[in-house]
Design a protein around this ligand. Structure first.
Ligand code: ADP
Length: 541
């Protein structure tokens, strides 16, 4: 039709060009394996992305080919995030914490043509390589020639970069071209591939940068602690560059003390990670204070952020916590829990209650809750149902999976597998993942709510609740608790009394087991699959 808008393709090279034009002097800093800092500007980054695109071409990477990355969060990984899509290939981020078997399966399933390997992870990767069927080249960074390796056809990143030219014309002309591939971390089942397009990631980047979402700006110093293999580091590599923010990558230095140092030294204003990481950081900051006054948003997602931890950060450390929810299948951002004007005069404890929810949908994401019959349920803050979503950055199926009937409803909504309530003002609260709910005597018990309250106990460091089979009730909750270091004796009675203030009798676990550590998944969530398995084998007694 005449007079309509331009047909402008939403391809990621547009974000990079904008960043180069507008913010050439902004900084990307990485903590290197030896502990020193690597720093360069957006302008230097831009030149290297173009070189890398030429390198990919020289390795015969063609449109649609999958380029694997096996790496920590660092500048080379960011270069791959732009170079692979820039030459119409797919950046396939590999989760370094999966088992060699799982990784071999994923790489073969994705048919990666080239894999870029962080030299610091070489011994891990060498165990996988013999099982790979499609990879033609391995390219190592943070590694130099002379290094001994069992990998065949090894090339060295910096050597290839030195030989490559800096002139490259981006090749993507269609925004529906695939740009990224990420397998879910498999918390509740086998890993499944999610394939993002330029258009979906571009729109996700706009969505994430809305002020009511993460709203990154040029003034920010952003530290993505969430790994670049966990749902594309929650889109931060693209939203940071679009905003022109400085970026700080922790590399392999992921312990709480190192992260606390980086936050203080680099004056980080936005940091993003899972609750496990922020729990450890909180305890580190309490025992060994650092200057965290520049942090305006501590973004947390991937699992429920315990309310007590939100309170601890805000009350004791003056750090604003932004709780967000998403899924690999959603690129990943879905909801954000920020306060609105009508919350302004609430007492603090009510504000923290709101922040402990997963929050409202960011514009672009539609939500609904349904019962087992698929009927829509009201947003009344009490009725529980399965959360379903749709939007331009939500998967319509899994990579190379023919039937997605389990994942997508007949009328085109994505089934999240999360059981939630939604308040009348649109704040979603996750009561559980479908597979983690405890179904006891016909009633549902939320393991998340029990965990949250247990972790509010001052002498509890971590707590997980799983369903265990029970002859009378079908299932009963079992609590597994890790005390804080200086907790001393922590008795069952004390924990039971603590829960009794908030829960009905039937909801309180019959047993509380004290253990040294809760097993974690590859992205740092409580691994309830492992706990259930251990219990079934009689190991959890
Ligand atoms: P995996 O499915 O392997 O765990 P994802 O990270 O994509 O990998 O998992 C998405 C799921 O993580 C969501 O469906 C939800 O159950 C959980 N999740 C993500 N963010 C939150 C949050 N803020 N609170 C509670 N659960 C969350």
């Amino acid at each position: 039709m005449q007079g309509l808008m331009m047909d402008y393709q939403l391809t990621l090279d547009r974000i990079l060009e904008h960043a180069y034009r507008m913010f050439p002097h902004k900084q990307i800093s990485t903590k290197l394996p030896d502990g020193s800092m690597h720093r360069y500007t957006y302008a230097q980054f831009y030149g290297r992305v173009k070189r890398l695109a030429n390198v990919l071409r020289s390795l015969d990477v063609q449109t649609g080919d999958r380029v694997g990355t096996f790496a920590w969060n660092n500048y080379q990984h960011l270069e791959l995030y732009y170079a692979a899509p820039g030459c119409s290939a797919v950046c396939h981020t590999l989760n370094i914490r999966l088992s060699p078997d799982q990784l071999a399966w994923i790489i073969n399933h994705a048919e990666d043509k080239v894999v870029f390997v962080d030299g610091t992870l070489l011994p891990l990767f060498e165990r996988i390589a013999p099982h790979l069927r499609t990879v033609q080249h391995y390219v190592l960074f943070n590694a130099e020639r002379g290094l001994e390796t069992k990998l065949p056809n090894v090339l060295f990143y910096e050597e290839l970069m030195a030989e490559a030219g800096e002139a490259f014309d981006w090749t993507v002309t269609d925004e529906r071209t695939a740009m990224g591939l990420c397998y879910t971390s498999g918390t509740t089942g086998d890993p499944k591939g999610v394939l993002y397009s330029h258009r979906s990631m571009f729109l996700h980047t706009y969505g994430e940068n809305q002020a009511s979402a993460l709203g990154l700006i040029e003034e920010d110093v952003v530290m993505p602690v969430v790994p670049m293999f966990h749902a594309m580091a929650w889109g931060l590599p693209y939203s940071c560059t679009m905003a022109g923010a400085d970026i700080v990558f922790p590399g392999s230095h992921m312990n709480a003390a190192a992260l606390a140092d980086l936050i203080a030294e680099e004056k980080v204003s936005v940091a993003a990670g899972v609750p496990t990481i922020w729990n450890a950081l909180y305890h580190e900051l309490k025992s060994n204070p650092r200057d965290v006054s520049h942090v305006r948003s501590l973004v947390v997602g991937g699992a429920a952020m315990p309310r007590a931890l939100i309170e601890g950060y805000e009350k004791e450390l003056g750090v604003n916590v932004v709780h967000a929810w998403g899924m690999t299948e959603m690129s990943p951002l879905g909801t954000v829990s920020k306060l609105q004007r009508h919350h302004r005069d609430l007492p603090d404890h009510e504000k923290w209650d709101i922040k402990a929810r997963q929050g409202y949908p960011i514009a672009g994401v539609e939500m609904r809750i349904v019962n087992l019959e698929g009927e829509e349920l009201p947003w009344d803050g009490a009725t529980m149902g399965e959360l379903q979503v749709r939007g331009p950055w939500i998967a319509k199926g899994y990579y190379k999976v023919e039937s997605n009937r389990d994942a997508i409803t007949a009328d085109g909504w994505f089934r999240t597998g999360d059981v939630v309530t939604i308040s009348p003002d649109g704040y979603m609260y996750i009561t559980d993942r479908t597979k983690d709910l405890v179904k006891s005597g016909g009633e549902w018990i939320s393991s998340v709510a029990l965990e949250n309250t247990l972790m509010a106990h001052p002498r509890v460091m971590e707590a997980a609740v799983i369903a265990i089979p029970d002859e009378n009730w079908g299932e009963r909750p079992l609590a597994v608790v890790v005390p804080t270091k200086d907790a001393g004796e922590l008795s069952e009675d004390e924990l039971r009394a603590h829960l009794a203030q908030h829960f009905a009798r039937f909801q309180i676990p019959d047993r509380f087991l004290i253990i040294a550590e809760i097993p974690k998944t590859s992205v740092g969530k409580f691994d309830k699959k492992v706990l259930r398995h251990r219990h079934a084998k009689g190991e959890l007694v």
